[in-house]
Design a protein around this ligand. Structure first.
Ligand code: ATP
Ligand code: MG
Length: 405
């Protein structure tokens, strides 16, 4: 008998056939239940094949509704048919969440230039010079350039919406070229915030990706099960559960796939050969815990200190009898925060800044803070911890490791 500690893993049967099929970067062979949306997008872009200029188009839809895979699929189809027919079309896809590519106006235009084969220095040129270079380049190539800006909301939040105006306005000046913008976003309110000038110059079409329902999600999952898992290793109850949970959470296919993958890992670790509903429950917990702890780990230290203070105040108040006495107020949190700072050699922020950090934790749904009046016209904020149970335990553990008591 081998004594190597890893030999047991070699002998164990595997429930995964190809785990890559269940990861976010995998491109599925089939895109189910998005026929209509794909058709809408191709109808908007199709005029380009006849030599007309396609309209700008915005794709809206909550997370995991298949916007990115559908848009990329349409792009690849269009590229392949246009190269067969030797048409001059260029499609540039940029994910605006990518740091160093789309976090400033300079970088995004530089990136687009790079995609067209022209390299510019990383910094230094005035942006209007960059734009000029870009348009000259497009005009020289003489083609329709379709710019797909995925997660465009992140770019707009960083640099404003002026660049959209710059791109569309220039079309009037170009003679043998055209730029079409395809914006993709999960921020359904984005359009309402556009500057009027941008709105009218875009004159865009809109395509809405609706959330998937549980039945559709199950279809999507079944497709992956056959590619990703060994035969008969995933129970139907597990699939139903993944689909149901993800359907509740705004019909998110990414969530459904994550649940299935992590449930598979749970089963594998427990050395059982069938993934069941129970593993999905465990997967849900694990994903939630990981998500919250990752968010908190990514916060600046001051923010972590404020959260630690909130948790400590909550613990202290636990022994109080009535719920009114258990309430957490900003004043107590601030006091406790100061003492955490002192013990840890951190320079404390002003109460006002701490108040801002409390607001940020509220935005992350880690806490909920509401303004209440406290008699005699005084006002304070009451804080409610929104994380509980295992998640709270894990977060507290992390904060205890980070700060001196
Ligand atoms: N109809 C579908 N068929 C197969 N897989 C799908 C389908 N829709 C989504 N997926 C898968 O779900 C995941 C999320 O899809 P996608 O990235 O396209 O969502 P999205 O709408 O762009 O989300 P976000 O707004 O978060 O960027 C991907 O792994 C994708 O492969
Ligand atoms: Mg996407």
């Amino acid at each position: 008998m081998s004594s190597n500690i890893f030999s047991q893993y070699l002998q164990k049967e595997n429930i995964f056939k190809n785990k890559n099929c269940l990861t976010a970067s995998f491109v599925p062979g089939k895109i189910r239940h998005r026929e209509q949306e794909i058709q809408q997008l191709s109808a908007v872009l199709a005029p380009v094949l006849k030599g007309y200029y396609p309209n700008n188009v915005f794709i809206y839809g909550t997370c995991g509704t298949g916007k990115t895979i559908s848009a990329r699929f349409v792009a690849s189809q269009l590229m392949s048919i246009s190269s067969e027919n030797k048409q001059k079309i260029k499609i540039i896809y940029v994910n605006c969440k990518m740091k160093k590519i789309a976090d400033t106006e300079y970088r995004i235009v530089a990136q687009l230039l790079k995609e067209l084969g022209e390299h510019v220095p990383d910094t230094g040129l005035p942006t209007n010079v960059l734009y000029r270079k870009f348009f000259e380049r497009v005009e020289k190539i003489g083609c329709t350039v379709i710019i797909m800006l995925d997660e465009i909301d992140t770019l707009i939040k960083k640099v404003g919406d002026e660049f959209l105006y710059n791109f569309t306005r220039i079309n009037q000046e170009m003679k043998n070229s055209h730029i079409t913008i395809v914006g993709i976003t999960n921020d359904l309110t984005l359009r309402n915030n556009f500057d009027l000038r941008v709105k009218s110059s875009l004159s865009e079409e809109e395509i809405l990706f609706k959330p998937y329902n549980a039945t559709q999600l199950k279809d999507i999952l079944m497709e992956r099960v056959s590619q990703g898992f060994m035969p008969n290793t995933v129970d139907d109850t597990a699939l139903n559960k993944c689909a149901a949970l993800a359907a509740q959470e705004h019909g998110d296919a990414r969530r459904a796939l994550d649940l299935l993958r992590v449930a598979g890992e749970m089963a594998e670790r427990m050395a059982v050969m069938v993934v069941t509903e129970n593993h999905v429950d465990m997967a849900e917990q694990k994903i939630d815990i990981d998500r919250v702890t990752e968010t908190i780990k990514a916060q600046p230290m001051q923010s972590q200190a404020v959260l630690y203070s909130i948790i400590k105040v909550a613990e202290k108040l636990k022994s109080q009898k009535t719920w009114t006495d258990k309430r957490i107020f900003t004043g107590d949190v601030f006091e406790n925060y100061i003492s955490i700072c002192e013990k840890n050699g951190i320079k404390p922020l002003t109460q006002r800044r701490v108040s801002d950090l409390i607001g940020e934790l509220d935005m992350l749904s880690i806490i909920a803070a509401k303004v209440i009046s406290k008699g005699r016209g005084g006002r304070t904020r009451e804080i409610i911890l929104m994380i509980t149970g295992n998640i709270l335990e894990r977060v507290t553990g992390f904060l205890i490791d980070r700060f001196e008591e």
